[in-house]
Design a protein around this ligand. Structure first.
Ligand code: AMP
Ligand code: MG
Length: 481
């Protein structure tokens, strides 16, 4: 049985506020992640009404030490000196038998000292989206915070309209953000900053302890993990939507799902966040915004590392990102190794997808069935201009003939990295409508199940591989959640 050890709660009180959840008027369990519960050795919790109630914010979980963490961050490029967990509540850290630890957090469990006048709630719409996306990303093999449980309530919160609320219980090795360091740097709290850095190293990057300068090693690890995370997002077509530095995980996890989206058609400058007027967080911008945010973190750590070294460490990002991206794209195209000319081949493929408005996920999945002897396959039908595809296909065929892989081997390799099912916006939207309008959770349950295995053929779910319906284009996502 997992035990609470709560190491973060042992740090100085200035880093957080101890605060209790404010229960919702009535809440019911909508989703329970049994696989994750098993991994955390807490599967018995599902049978314990008082424990479940506490996970919805109603009551106390034995061993938990609830608190809201302090952080700041750069939002759309502008420094906001105090943010903090305004509607997230850290419950504690569980030590799981095999030496692993996991922190639990509630999102939407009421106001905290960091709520800045807002209600501390999360609406059902955004909670469903957070649960599904966390688990979809996990299924895809992309580092992310996880979702353990989703509770729905009939209590309403005011957004653009009055909406039902919910609580998500999420799980991560740590919820510390770049902004957790920024707030201390800009307040001149040097000793606290060092304490926090030491803690992060001990908890998340223990190997850094033996480095000549552990803080330099820490920054380097975060730079590399962030570069890899960005390369993973780009490869799968994920758009975070609000890459403010307070939403950047120190552990390189996808964190804080808001107005995110997975690309349907391949539109490099696609923006999902309705309030992102200038496309700062467009799909194509994410790798450079990742670096921009790392500069914010580097600035915060500069006194512990030194200016020149900080810049040198940040300077490793570009090459590492390129390498990770090339590795991902090589796998997606079934190339057993990246050769110098492959950059042009991949760029031409992406340009073709963009020009033809092809579906990013479908095109890659179907490319696995491309025949290198006939330069053909079902992927051709994804393009309006077949001649344009044929031109590229000839180049691809020549490239495939240079490697030793058989078509069958290449297909297996490609099907393992090109998902068949992603969480398209319309899918989440449909599940939310069913819930809100008909109190019907069957679509939600279906999606939660489907997305656990996005690379597997699941015949009963074939319909989710189809092109999105026309109404999907009209879905607007706002930051208000
Ligand atoms: P987000 O855009 O969700 O990453 O949130 C940015 C900041 O606003 C964080 O400090 C959140 O805790 C806070 N926040 C967002 N929504 C609410 C809310 N409904 N109540 C209190 N704080 C909120
Ligand atoms: Mg956030």
């Amino acid at each position: 049985m997992a035990q609470f050890i709560n190491r973060f709660a042992r740090l100085p009180d200035a880093l957080f506020a101890r605060v209790k959840a404010t229960p919702l008027s009535d809440s019911r369990l909508l989703l329970w992640n049994q696989a994750l519960a098993q991994q955390l050795q807490i599967e018995a919790w599902q049978q314990q009404p008082a424990t479940l109630a506490a996970l919805a914010g109603d009551g106390h979980l034995v061993g938990s030490e609830p608190l809201a963490a302090l952080y700041a961050g750069h939002q759309f490029g502008v420094y906001v000196p105090q943010l903090g967990d305004g509607r997230a509540l850290w419950l504690g850290e569980l030590a799981v038998a095999d030496g692993q630890c996991a922190e639990l957090q509630l999102k939407g469990a009421g106001p905290t000292p960091f709520s800045r006048g807002a209600d501390g709630r999360a609406v059902l719409r955004s909670s469903v989206r957070e649960y599904l996306a966390s688990e979809a990303m996990h299924g895809l093999g992309i580092p992310t915070t996880r979702a353990l449980a989703l509770f729905a309530s009939s209590q309403l919160a005011r957004r653009e309209r009055w909406e039902p609320t919910a609580v998500v219980c999420r799980v991560a090795p740590t919820f510390i953000r770049f902004g957790s360091f920024e707030v201390l740097y800009w307040r001149g709290e040097t000793a606290l900053l060092k304490t926090l850095a030491d803690f992060v190293i001990e908890q998340s990057y223990p190997d850094c302890q033996s480095a000549p300068n552990p803080y330099q090693a820490l920054l380097q690890c975060v730079v590399l993990r962030t570069a890899e995370l960005m390369a993973a997002w780009q490869a799968v077509g994920f758009v975070h939507g609000v890459m403010n530095s307070d939403n950047m995980s120190i552990a390189g996890l996808t964190l804080d799902y808001g107005p995110y989206g997975f690309l349907d058609r391949y539109v490099p400058d696609q923006v999902f966040n309705h309030s992102d007027d200038h496309g700062r967080y467009a799909f194509s911008q994410q790798p450079r915004i990742g670096l921009w945010n790392l500069y914010c973190l580097g600035q915060a750590l500069i006194d512990l590392i030194g200016k020149d070294t900080t810049l040198a460490v940040l300077g490793q990002y570009e090459a590492h990102y390129q390498q990770a991206w090339q590795q991902n794209m090589a796998a997606k195209l079934g190339l057993s190794e990246w050769q110098p000319d492959d950059a042009a081949l991949v760029e031409a493929w992406l340009a073709l997808l963009a020009e033809q408005g092809a579906d990013y996920t479908r095109a890659h999945r179907l490319l696995a069935y491309f025949s290198s002897t006939e330069a053909a396959g079902p992927v051709r039908d994804e393009f309006v201009d077949r001649a344009a595809f044929d031109q590229w296909a000839q180049r691809y065929q020549q490239r495939l003939q240079q490697q030793a892989l058989s078509d069958a081997e290449r297909q297996t390799m490609m099907l393992a990295v090109n998902p068949k099912y992603i969480l398209r916006n319309y899918m989440a939207e449909h599940a939310i409508q069913q819930l809100e309008q008909h109190q019907d959770d069957s679509e939600l349950q279906r999606l939660a199940h489907l997305l656990q295995q996005p690379y597997a053929e699941q015949e009963e779910y074939e319909a989710y591989f189809a092109h999105p319906p026309a109404w999907a284009e009209g879905i607007h996502l706002s930051c208000s959640s």
